[in-house]
Design a protein around this ligand. Structure first.
Ligand code: NIG
Ligand code: FE
Length: 416
C-alpha cells in the first residue's frame, strides 16, 4: 500500500471541485468554477489525492506536513509553450519597447539558431525552461515544435519535447521558412505530408499559426485535417495579430483550443461560447509586444471556457511564470482572482482535454502548489514576488525538503 501524507492547517485549499470532494464535470464547455475550502487538509496516497476537507475532520496518515496557514492550489497547467529552441531575441524585444511593431517574421531568426544547435544544446535549453516552470508551480505543460521547419529538425524537436511531457504539439506550420518563400504551397505539402509522418509518433497535438504573414485558413485546414487523419488533435494559434479566420477554423475542426484570441468579432465569441473549444489567453505575449490584451470578460460573460497559459517563447513571451500571467489577467484583462486561478489550472486542463489535473479531489493526480501566502489572491496582489513555497508532482515533493515529519501522525483536530 502506498504511503500517505496528510497536509493540514491549510489556510485556503483551492480544489476547483464541488463541495464534499466530488470530481468536477468534464464536459469541456463552460467554466466549471473556482472552489476553495478554508482551514483545510488534504491527504496524498502514492501519486493521487485521497481526501480533501476541513482540517478538523482529517483522517490519520503515515506522514504529516504542517502548512502553517499557507494556501494550497492545484499545480498550474500550462497548455501553450514553445520550449525547444536555441538563442534568444532580447534585441528584438528592446527594439519593440523603443517603438517597433512585432511581426511574425522574427521567428525565422530563432529557426536559424535552432537548426544550428546540437541536440545536447536544445535539450539543455528545454530542461532549463522546464525547471523554471516547475519551480513556479507548473506541474503539467504542453510543448510545441516550430523552430526547426525541416523534416529532420522538427522531428528532433518533438522527440526532445517528448522526453519531458506527454503533451507534445507538432507546429511545422509556424511560418513558411525562407527556403520556401517562393513556394509556400510546397511547404504546406511538406508539413501535411512527410514532415507530419515523421513527427506524428511523438505528438498528441497539431497546431498552425493561422495569421497574416504565416498561414491562411485553407493552408491551416489542410495541415490540421491531415494531422487529424494521423490521430493528432487540432489546436490553433488564432486571431493574435488581427482579426482573421483562425477562431472559426478551430471551432469548425473541433479543436481543443483556440489560442491568443486577441482580436475577436462577436461571431468569434459566440462560436467559442457554443463549442467545446477553449479560448486560451496568453497575456505574456501582449505584455511583450505592447498589443492590447484580449478581453477575457467578454469571453467569460458569453459563456466561453477560458484558459491562461504562458506562450513561453523567445520572441513574444519569454516567461515561464504562470503567477505573472495570473497577475496580468487580473490587473489588465478584467478577470477576477478566482477566474484567473481557475483558468491557469482547470482551464489549462480543459485546453489539453485532461481529466486528471487542474483540480484537487480524491482521484486527481497529486499535483499541487503550496504558496508562501494565505490565499490565491496574493498571486495577483503581490506581483513579481516568488510566492511558491513547495511543489508536489504526482505526490512527490520537488525539491525535497525536511519539514515533513514521519510517525506520530495527527488525527482529527491534532493541528488546531
Ligand atoms: O505564440 N504566434 C506565433 N508564435 C509565437 C511567437 C513565436 C516567435 O515570435 O518566436 C507566439 O506568440
Ligand atoms: Fe504561441
Amino acid at each position: 500500500m502506498a504511503r500517505s501524507l496528510l497536509i493540514s492547517r491549510i489556510g485556503e485549499l483551492v480544489t476547483n471541485a464541488p463541495a464534499g470532494g466530488g470530481v468536477p464535470a468534464f464536459d469541456f464547455a463552460g467554466s466549471a468554477g473556482f472552489a476553495a475550502i478554508p482551514d483545510a487538509a488534504l491527504v496524498i496516497e502514492g501519486e493521487r489525492v485521497a481526501w480533501t476537507g476541513p482540517a478538523s475532520q482529517a483522517p490519520p496518515a503515515d506522514e504529516f506536513l504542517d502548512a502553517a496557514g499557507r494556501a494550497v492550489l492545484p499545480g498550474f497547467v500550462d497548455s501553450h509553450a514553445h520550449l525547444v529552441f536555441a538563442g534568444e531575441r532580447s534585441a528584438e524585444f528592446a527594439a519593440r519597447m523603443a517603438g517597433r511593431a512585432y511581426r511574425a517574421g522574427g521567428i525565422r531568426a530563432t529557426v536559424a539558431a535552432t537548426r544550428a544547435a546540437t541536440d545536447a544544446e536544445l535539450r539543455a535549453g528545454l530542461h532549463r525552461l522546464a525547471g523554471e516552470l516547475l519551480r513556479q508551480g507548473t506541474t503539467t505543460f504542453e510543448c510545441k515544435s516550430g523552430y526547426g521547419l525541416t523534416v529532420a529538425d522538427e522531428t528532433r524537436c518533438v522527440a526532445l519535447a517528448a522526453e519531458l511531457t506527454d503533451e507534445v504539439t507538432y507546429l511545422g506550420a509556424h511560418v513558411v521558412p525562407a527556403e520556401f518563400a517562393a513556394d509556400p504551397d510546397g511547404y504546406v505539402d511538406l508539413v501535411s505530408g512527410p514532415m507530419l509522418d515523421a513527427c506524428a509518433p511523438w505528438c498528441r497535438w497539431a497546431d498552425v499559426f493561422c495569421e497574416d504573414g504565416a498561414f491562411g485558413a485553407d493552408a491551416a485546414r489542410t495541415v490540421l485535417t491531415a494531422a487529424l487523419a494521423r490521430g493528432l488533435f487540432p489546436r490553433v494559434h488564432a486571431n493574435q495579430l488581427g482579426p482573421g479566420p483562425g477562431v472559426r477554423l478551430a471551432v469548425e475542426l473541433g479543436a481543443a483550443s483556440a489560442d491568443h484570441c486577441t482580436f475577436l468579432t462577436d461571431a468569434d465569441v459566440a462560436a467559442l461560447a457554443s463549442s467545446g473549444t477553449v479560448a486560451t489567453l496568453l497575456p505574456g505575449a501582449e505584455f511583450s509586444t505592447r498589443q492590447p490584451y484580449p478581453d477575457a470578460r467578454r469571453l467569460l460573460d458569453a459563456g466561453a471556457t477560458v484558459a491562461l497559459a504562458t506562450d513561453c517563447n523567445p520572441g513574444t513571451s519569454y516567461t515561464t511564470s504562470m503567477p505573472f500571467c495570473i497577475a496580468l489577467a487580473v490587473r489588465d484583462m478584467r478577470m477576477t482572482t478566482e477566474e484567473a486561478v481557475w483558468s491557469a489550472t482547470a482551464g489549462g486542463a480543459r485546453a489539453l482535454r485532461r481529466t486528471d489535473v487542474g483540480y484537487l479531489a480524491p482521484g486527481a493526480r497529486a499535483d499541487l502548489v503550496i504558496l508562501d501566502a494565505p490565499s490565491h489572491v496574493h498571486l495577483a496582489y503581490r506581483p513579481g514576488v516568488p510566492l511558491v513555497h513547495a511543489v508536489y508532482q504526482s505526490g512527490r515533493r520537488l525539491p525535497p525538503t525536511s519539514d515533513i515529519t514521519g510517525g506520530g501522525v495527527p488525527g482529527p483536530g491534532r493541528c488546531e
